[in-house]
Write a protein that binds this ligand. Structure first.
Ligand code: S3P
Length: 178
């Protein structure tokens, strides 16, 4: 039987990539970054997938990959911030492991993404208004995930340690067969 995954979910700039890298190093588990996998398979960056094929096409590819990664493989899986838009993605990924939702305040998110040019949903003017609108729409979807971690003021190492402890506990529990 394969080991369960650790799946990191959260809005852009909540620290998924940094925490995933730390977990992969600390646990010696392979890291699967969904956005990177999508870019590699499409042969182009996400900004171009959005520009040339549209967001619905990206969401379709993202959903197919969530389905593919739903099986336990002992991996750290870092998702894109919009993975929650299709609740089926979370249901699938929860089948294969512990899903962790990282949260951060809007100020912290804006600080982390301020120089970013690679996120199609943050292109153009008034980034704060864009982030605020997306957060408002998505907050109930993130909050539906049982395990939440607020990352403001915490170190990556500290967050990783908490997740490892939760993961060990999660693995010790009997599988929910419903
Ligand atoms: C998205 C977040 C991005 C990426 C795409 C869409 C979103 O991932 O999947 O640009 O809808 O929030 P990150 O959360 O890693 O930035």
């Amino acid at each position: 039987m394969k080991q369960e995954n650790i799946v990191l979910v959260g809005f852009m700039g909540t620290g998924k990539t940094s925490v995933a890298n730390q977990l992969a190093r600390q646990c010696a588990m392979p890291l699967l970054d969904m956005d990177t996998m999508i870019e590699q398979r499409a042969g182009k960056p996400i900004t171009r997938i959005f520009a040339e094929e549209g967001e619905p096409a990206f969401r379709k590819i993202e959903h197919a990959l969530a389905d593919e990664l739903a099986t336990p493989s002992g991996s750290i899986i870092s998702t894109g911030g919009g993975i929650v838009l299709n609740p089926e993605n979370i249901r699938l990924l929860s089948e294969g492991g512990l899903v962790v939702c990282l949260q951060a305040s809007i100020d912290e998110i804006l600080r982390r993404v301020q120089h970013d040019t690679t996120r199609p949903l943050l292109q153009g003017m008034d980034r704060r208004a864009k982030v605020a609108a997306l957060l408002t729409a998505r907050t109930p979807l993130y909050q539906a995930i049982p395990y939440q971690i607020h990352t403001d003021g915490r170190t990556i190492a500290d967050i990783a340690d908490e997740i490892i402890a939760a993961y060990q506990h999660h693995q010790a529990l009997p599988t929910n067969s419903n």
